[in-house]
Design a protein around this ligand. Structure first.
Ligand code: NI
Length: 299
């Protein structure tokens, strides 16, 4: 992976204006082909090893995480925690530069995730607004997602689809997919016209950028290959607002992933992870000191 410190992607004034007018923007390339191949291998490994499952960071977005059924839409939250090399990509550097063009100089990396639509059984991602998932009482900010496919994204394998201009409206009513509170995915049940959808097919390493209020979805994967996407989310500097209630569709959520996360924390998962980090840091320091003593004694 190369250094992210020299972004090569810069949006034109026309592209910036298109994003603000429509709430989305498609780019042919945000990451070089070699890096996209490396990322493909990393995410193959992460998804096949079910990394993050125990911590509740990996789950089936479109299902109930029932062990009896194969997940139809696996998602990993913050995969960089499980593959630190993801912190040093051209994708990340370019995406941050673009985010600052669209949200202002204070824009910062907010979180990231990766979604796998398995071959033939990959489920559709329902129509939704990302902001419908948000629970940040007391603060407000602008948020964008930069969605990069690791293979061609097509109408057959689930490329992104957008309803233009919806970023200018309110957060519409949502419910849990299939009206099942165990399913993490939300589905918009407010008034909108799906016939206005614009499809965004992309080459590998291209990008679909959208505002957190832009209505979007992706169809199922009917092809013989998995469709994987790596998504970085950015936000503007948060500002204080009066306390807001949690969205009603989030109030009754009861996902298996949240249960796993709680159980993991109760077993000391976070402390365990901190302890491991501290242990590794102490080991490195001890090795350095031992090396210095050894060199001193030899000289
Ligand atoms: Ni989304």
């Amino acid at each position: 992976m190369s250094s992210p410190s020299h972004p090569s992607a810069v949006l034109s004034e026309t592209q910036i204006a298109f994003f603000h007018e429509n709430g989305y923007l498609a780019l042919d390339q945000i990451s070089p082909p070699e890096e996209v191949r490396e990322l493909g291998e990393i995410f193959e490994r992460l998804f096949s090893s079910r990394v993050g499952w125990e911590q509740g960071r990996a789950f089936d977005l479109a299902g109930t995480d029932d062990e009896k059924n194969l997940p139809s839409l696996p998602q990993i939250i913050n995969p960089v925690e499980f593959a630190p090399e993801l912190a040093h990509t051209r994708f990340r550097g370019n995406a941050l530069a673009i985010a600052r063009q669209l949200l202002g100089a204070t824009a910062e990396h907010w979180f990231e995730h990766a979604i796998n639509k398995p071959a033939r059984i990959g489920a559709a991602t329902p129509w939704h607004q990302d902001e419908a998932h948000r629970y940040d009482p007391g603060v407000d900010y602008q948020q964008i997602s930069i969605w990069m496919p690791l293979q061609p994204a097509t109408p057959q394998n689930g490329c992104m689809q957008y309803i233009p201009h919806t970023h200018r409206g309110p957060v519409l009513e949502h419910h849990s997919l299939n009206d099942d509170s165990r399913v993490p995915a939300l589905e918009c049940i407010g008034a909108f016209d799906p016939a206005r959808a614009v499809l965004c097919p992309l080459p590998p390493g291209g990008a679909a950028i959208h505002h957190s209020r832009t209505l979007h979805c992706a169809s199922s994967n009917t092809t013989m290959e998995p469709r994987r996407a790596y998504i970085l989310a950015f936000r503007s500097a948060p500002s204080s607002v009066p306390f807001r209630e949690i969205f009603p569709w989030l109030q009754g959520k009861k996902t298996a992933a949240a249960d796993r996360e709680r159980a993991w924390k109760n077993r000391g998962g976070v402390i365990g992870r901190s302890s491991r980090k501290t242990w590794h840091a102490l080991s490195r320091i001890t090795c350095r000191i031992a090396g210095k003593i050894s060199r001193t004694l030899r000289s």
